[in-house]
Design a protein around this ligand. Structure first.
Ligand code: PEP
Ligand code: MG
Length: 568
């Protein structure tokens, strides 16, 4: 009898493979390790660090050659962590204390990780996994344990936390999936799996322990389901789904370079959401036409001070160049809410999503906002750039931001620095206030981009990250649809383009409705682009408008979803 375990979707897809428990093997080796005397253990530690460092350097090089730049960057960061005296000193002290180098290394890594995990900062929290990863790798090297054994069969890596280095070191054709007990979808392991389009299921919690090593498992990433030891009938059923998935990939490949165009010739621009400039390069695989949302706050996280204008300039330049002449929309720092930044010293808030965040901070703190505006304006000369401001609620904010934007240009002019004079200035429409005000706001901006992740949260008063109310979170709720329609109309009436960069843009059904409303751009995580494009290419604008008219008469979000699923 098979066993079904429910987790959460981190990356969709169907796959079959052999479970490899990545944590268990380390424990077994540790139990049978015989330690030498104190000097011998210290020598093993030192040797281990040198060996691992050389190993990492070699794999970084190999990854770069294979075009896996994102993984190479993460591994490079591991190399720095390995050499960090904070870690090496702790490992030395613990080795002297415990007389067992691998156990000491694990303890030192865990201790450092605990400190980071308690920092109440999601980014630091997730970096704590990187330190644990380095510790485990080093312990393995010291004990002479080879990397995981991969046979002919593709594997599914399974653990409470699967280390990024373990994922990075399994070749593409041998990695069927990743399943984890922990629930984050933004940790490095998931980022790596996503960049390689590997089916990933997270949040299995304690149930991860029930999965035995070496069994076959089926991952239904579309449903967040792990089927352990599937029956022949289940395997057969999934074989059909796998086949459909293969066919889908082939279809997607064929339309990659075709326009996102309805059967009667209406076009929409499909762009990518990115967190790092590199993502703009990877997005090309999926046929994006530029970037609709560069979440610049990632540049501000994981460091101890505001990134300099120069560092920002280099990063924006890279993303703009990767857009190859298409527009690159860079969002100004969207800190606050679920993305705190310790060095800004913002006092704890009862309602961080309604608190001191994003543009509210930027407008009050020119030392943060001005270098960012200047950096984008300067990088703009390498292509086509736009600046987008998050969390806008009023005309005053837009006017103030525009005057700072103009001041940045005047400063650059006076300093004789090169900058782009055609950088557009737009806003995210992600608060109900902004959506209602769009007929007026349209006079002060070059474009609107609808941020449905927050717009849905604020319109429905449903916390976007609270699983208990996730059933109420629906982008087809009629209140949300009306605000979106109003925004698109206000843009069109005033000759301003309107896009969408919230998750709703990656829903193919929503894409059809949005086109009928007159949207000109849809920005999403790059792997979602082909599915949306395929749907758009299957309908006419005329049909889409007929569906829209019917949908706008419906009374609930569930009715809208059902209607679209039945009719599109
Ligand atoms: C949004 O709110 O829809 C959005 C795109 O921004 P974020 O998810 O970063 O808040
Ligand atoms: Mg938002």
């Amino acid at each position: 009898m098979s066993e079904k375990i429910q987790g959460n979707i981190a990356l969709e897809g169907i796959s079959v493979g052999k479970i490899i428990k990545v944590e268990q093997s380390l424990k077994q080796y540790l139990a049978s390790y015989t330690a030498g005397n104190s000097d011998e253990e210290l020598a093993k530690l030192e040797e281990g660090i040198d060996t691992l460092s050389a190993e990492i350097d070699a794999s970084v090089e190999a990854m770069r050659e294979a075009g896996h730049d994102e993984e190479a960057d993460i591994m490079e960061a591991h190399s720095f962590l390995l050499m960090d005296p904070l870690f090496t000193d702790a490992a030395n002290d613990k080795t002297k204390e415990m007389g067992n180098a691998p156990a000491a290394v694990l303890a030192a890594a865990n201790e450092t990780a605990e400190v980071l995990a308690n920092m109440d900062d999601e980014y630091m929290h997730e970096r704590s996994q990187d330190i644990r990863d380095v510790g485990k790798r080093l312990a393995r090297v010291i004990m002479g344990v080879k990397g995981i054994e991969i046979g002919k069969e593709p594997v599914i890596l399974c653990g409470h936390e699967v280390e990024p280095s373990v994922i990075a070191n399994v070749p593409d054709d041998k990695l069927a999936g990743v399943i984890m007990g922990q629930g984050s979808t933004t940790c490095h392991a998931v980022i790596i799996a996503k960049s390689r389009a590997i089916t990933t299921i997270v949040g299995l919690e304690e149930k991860i322990k029930d999965i035995p090593d070496g069994v076959t498992a089926l991952l239904d990433g579309n449903a967040g389901l792990v089927i352990v030891d599937p029956t022949p009938i289940e395997l057969k059923e999934y074989e059909a789904k796998l086949e459909a998935q293969r066919e889908e990939m082939q279809r997607f490949e064929q339309i990659r370079d075709l326009p996102a165009e309805t059967t009667d010739g209406a076009k929409v621009q499909l762009t990518a959401n990115i967190g790092l400039p590199k993502d703009a390069e990877t997005a090309a695989k999926y046929g994006n036409q530029g970037v609709g949302l560069f979440r610049s706050e990632f540049l501000f996280m994981g460091r101890d001070k505001i990134p300099s204008e120069e560092l920002q300039y280099e990063n924006y330049k890279k993303a703009i160049i990767a857009c190859k002449g298409e527009l690159c929309v860079i969002r100004t720092m969207d800190i606050g809410g679920d993305k705190p930044l310790p060095y800004l010293n913002i006092p704890p808030e009862d309602n961080p999503f309604l608190g001191y965040r994003a543009i509210r901070i930027c407008l009050e703190r020119p030392e943060i906002f001005m270098p960012q505006l200047r950096a984008i304006l300067r990088a703009g000369v390498y292509g086509k750039a736009a600046i987008m401001m998050p969390m806008i609620i009023s005309v005053e904010e837009v006017k103030k931001a525009r005057s700072m934007f103009e001041r940045a240009m005047q400063e650059l002019e006076a300093e004789g620095k090169e900058y782009a004079k055609d950088v557009q200035l737009g806003i995210m429409v992600e608060t109900p206030a902004a959506a209602v005000m769009t007929p007026i706001l349209a006079k002060y901006v070059d474009f609107f981009s609808i941020g449905t992740n927050d717009l849905v949260q604020y319109t429905l008063a449903v916390d976007r990250i609270n699983p208990q109310v996730s059933g109420l979170y629906n982008h087809f709720h009629p209140a949300v649809l009306q605000l979106i329609q109003r925004t698109i109309k206000a843009g069109c009436d005033n000759g301003k383009w309107v896009g969408m960069c919230g998750e709703m843009a990656s829903d193919p059904y929503a894409a059809v409705l949005l086109m009928a409303m007159g949207i000109s751009e849809l920005s999403m995580s790059a792997p979602s682009i082909p599915r949306v494009k395929e749907k758009i290419r299957s309908v006419s604008l005329k049909e889409a408008k007929e569906h829209l008219a019917k949908v706008m008469e419906l009374e609930t979000g569930a009715e809208v979803r059902d209607y679209l699923q039945a009719n599109l």
